[in-house]
Design a protein around this ligand. Sequence first.
Ligand SMILES: [Zn+2]
Ligand SMILES: [Zn+2]
Length: 334
Amino acid sequence: MAIAPDEQELLELEAASATALLDRDDTEAADESLWQQDRATAMSDAQQLSERQKRFAAGPNYPVVFWLVLLHAGALAAPFFFSWEAFAVCIALYWLTGSVGVCLGFHRLLTHGAFKVHQPMRWLLAFIGGLSGEGSALEWVSNHRKHHAHSDHDGDPHSPHDGGLWSHMWWLGWTICGKEYETHVNRWAPDLAKDRVMRWIGYMFLPSHIASGLVLLAVGQLMGGPYMAASMLVWGLFVRLIIVLHVTWFVNSWSHMWGYRTYETADDSRNNWLVAILAFGEGWHNNHHAYPRMAAQGHKWWELDMTYSVIRLMKWTGLAWDVVDYKKIGDRNK
Ligand SMILES: [Zn+2]
Ligand SMILES: [Zn+2]
């Protein structure tokens, strides 16, 4: 079966990644051993600047630091403004922005092309993903593709080899910006970088959060006055964003540190059941590193993957198609 051009482009991108084992079979064992040697050489080279050292040298990214401090500070008000209504909104938006926006949109669709949707749906999912507080799709996808290409190796933006806290959140405070940012996104996400609508959605990052805060305030005010308005803002925006952020970050930290390994990959990725539950299936991270394009990240019957359930629902309703459900390209025609 012919491979569509956009899919071909993605495959080439992943072929450049030493850990992209989607075509893995015995004949590729030699390639992998070369990669292992390369990795060992890089690890033993004390002179080489690590990703952490490079980012430190570039200095802090103050807007990102301010954003993350602001969200955490806002969430501290949670005990003083609790209501069950706002808690329910928090959980619903946690699922919508975390599972549908980040896991399904940013990650499985935009980063890995695990299924196809109409163009307006791509933009909608990028917008919902943007409401997770994790930056634009362009930036997220670039960082994540780079992570797959250099997992736990020099060049990985967030490997626990540079420290557990670094891999969890500290790396974000030093994210590259300015001219380097353009080079970064054009290198790792050329498909999104040339999409003007996708860039515009990225520029809407801060306005969309301010707008969502105002909507939550208005809804709360209408429901029960000033206390409910504050409750909706604190729980629906600040607490929810903190939950989504840390749960996503657990995938980068915990799922590269603790858990079991089903597949021998050239990185330290793990399947971590707690992260899988909290992150709607993304904690089966060793499965994902072994077969990055597979839409399903739970590979055993008991490895619950809530995000994949949404993809199946989208396929059933005709909203998604060409769902990648094979491990090797050779399996596709079976
Ligand atoms: Zn990973
Ligand atoms: Zn991935």
